[in-house]
Design a protein around this ligand. Structure first.
Ligand code: ARG
Length: 477
């Protein structure tokens, strides 16, 4: 008679014996192959391995310091973890579906390497607080990398803005020429957006940097542990105040994805502008060929694939945020297996943002503005009409009346096919006798931008000051 299912060693697809799951003792039969594949996360959570090892080592050192495990056990665990780290680094670690996830894979290998001591590592913890710890360690590091990439992109913007502080281009509202601005000023708008993205991520990092380990499955542990020790070793700012919250909430991941999505939306708007600027109808910027691609059928084409792809990838980041919000909604306390689904969107959001920032920093540094095209476009849309109105206001005309006067002058210029600055003084004076020869200073593109000479305005001097301010801010520790 065949032994009962529980006594038969589980087999994998190829019929080879499968190591039983560490929790399988109370089960009558092993999980089916399908369920094993369905529930496993090792294919994607193995990237947490360095953090899993660091957290396990800190946990083991704390257990030894609190005399929950012996110094000898700790030495074995440390030796085993060193070997495992080397195996992983060398790509020799045998990740296995049998062991479900990164945590059990490492623990199983540890026990293979050092025996009994490996089995003691899981004292006073659970995979629930373990995974929350690993993800927080991973995310903290990602935030630091992303912050550095944002800073690099900002550097590229500052360099371009400083170089082109006085280069005039049309500013748009409703995608219609509105008022002249400088290219430097336009670019500095993105600098500010990325500055806020960095501030948001820094705030998020504080909430990520809290240690859940010690919460165990959900209720805490019966062992005399000192989570503060673990927190210090791992650089966590605080220990979670509530064990149930510590293992169950993923708000820190949602928050990160929100900030990542928003940063991607900023990049996407910038990308859209670059696509427009590269269109020959605009022709405002040229991108070096290394950022462009051709068409397999139309030999003449040079396509802005890189900014288009960044614009497209912002959709993924938005999707990742929505996925995490939907994942959390309706989950009762505390840990549920649903939470395993947090990783792929979270990883994807971070990867997407990292790649997009890295490529954009290079692209912005390589962008070459075309002053002639910018100037021609700025001269086309009566961009200095507001300047004429402001001129009349300075002569005592109420703004609403000045607005009407200028509108009529614009109609005349339109009929004559010239810019406002192209109208002879005599013609201009027909609309208001207050107009004098000094008006032309206000009607030139240079006069228009130079007149907006206050902090936050587009005057070249202000752009240079903004760049200098930003550089000083960047020097802060
Ligand atoms: N792989 C799991 C996850 O990502 C680890 C925690 C599993 N805990 C559990 N009770 N099954 O969430």
């Amino acid at each position: 008679m065949a032994p009962p299912a529980s006594k038969r060693p589980p087999r994998n697809k190829r019929g080879a014996a499968r190591a039983p799951a560490p929790w399988s003792e109370r089960f009558d039969e092993p999980v089916s192959d399908l369920v094993q594949r369905f529930t496993a996360s090792v294919s994607f959570d193995q990237r947490l391995a360095p953090h899993d090892i660091a957290a396990s080592l800190a946990h083991a050192r704390m257990l030894a310091a609190c005399r929950v495990i012996s110094k000898v056990d700790l030495a074995h665990i440390e030796r085993g973890m060193r070997a495992i780290r080397a195996e992983i680094d060398a790509g020799r670690f045998a990740w296995s579906l049998d062991a479900e996830d990164v945590h059990l894979n490492i623990e199983r290998r540890l026990t293979e390497l050092v025996g009994e001591a490996g089995k003691r590592l899981h004292t006073a913890r659970s995979r629930n607080d373990q995974v929350a710890t690993d993800v927080r360690l991973w995310l903290r590091e990602e935030i630091d990398v992303i912050d550095a990439l944002l800073a690099r992109l900002q550097e590229a913007l500052l360099a371009q803005a400083g170089r082109h502080a006085a280069l005039v281009m049309p500013g748009f509202t409703h995608l219609q020429v509105a008022q002249p601005v400088t290219f430097g000023h336009h670019l500095m708008a993105y600098f500010e957006m990325f500055e806020r993205d960095r501030a948001r991520l820094a705030g998020c990092r504080e909430r990520v940097n809290v240690l859940p380990l010690g919460a165990a499955a959900l209720a805490g542990t019966t062992f005399p542990i000192e989570p503060g020790r673990v927190a210090r070793e791992l650089g966590f700012q605080a220990v979670a105040a509530n064990s149930i919250d510590a293992v169950s909430d993923r708000d820190f991941a949602v928050e990160f994805c929100a900030h990542a999505a928003l940063a991607m939306v900023h990049l996407s708007r910038f990308a859209e502008e670059i696509v427009l600027w590269m269109n020959p109808r605009f022709g405002f910027v040229r991108l070096p060929d290394r950022f462009c691609t051709g068409s397999s059928i139309m030999p003449q084409k040079k396509n802005p694939d890189v900014p288009e792809l960044v614009r497209g990838k912002s959709a993924r980041a938005i999707g990742d945020l929505v996925a995490l919000l939907a994942l959390m909604k309706g989950q009762p306390l505390a840990y549920n297996k649903d939470n395993q689904e947090d990783k792929e969107p979270l990883f994807d959001a971070a990867d997407t943002l990292r790649d997009s920032l890295a490529v954009f920093a290079e692209l912005v540094a390589g962008m070459q503005p075309v002053p002639g095209a910018m100037r021609a476009a700025a001269l086309e849309g009566f961009a200095t009409a507001t300047d004429l109105a402001d001129y009349l206001v300075r002569k005592g005309v109420p703004f609403r009346d000045a607005h009407g006067v200028v509108a009529r002058a614009v109609r005349e210029a339109e009929a004559l096919g010239c810019d406002l600055s192209g109208l002879p003084l005599a013609v201009l004076r027909r609309f208001s006798p207050l107009i004098g020869a000094d008006v032309f200073k206000s009607l030139t593109l240079e006069g228009s931008v130079a007149a907006r000479n206050h902090a936050g305005g587009t005057a070249p001097a202000q752009v240079r000051a903004a760049v200098a301010r930003a550089r000083r801010r960047g020097k802060r520790p």
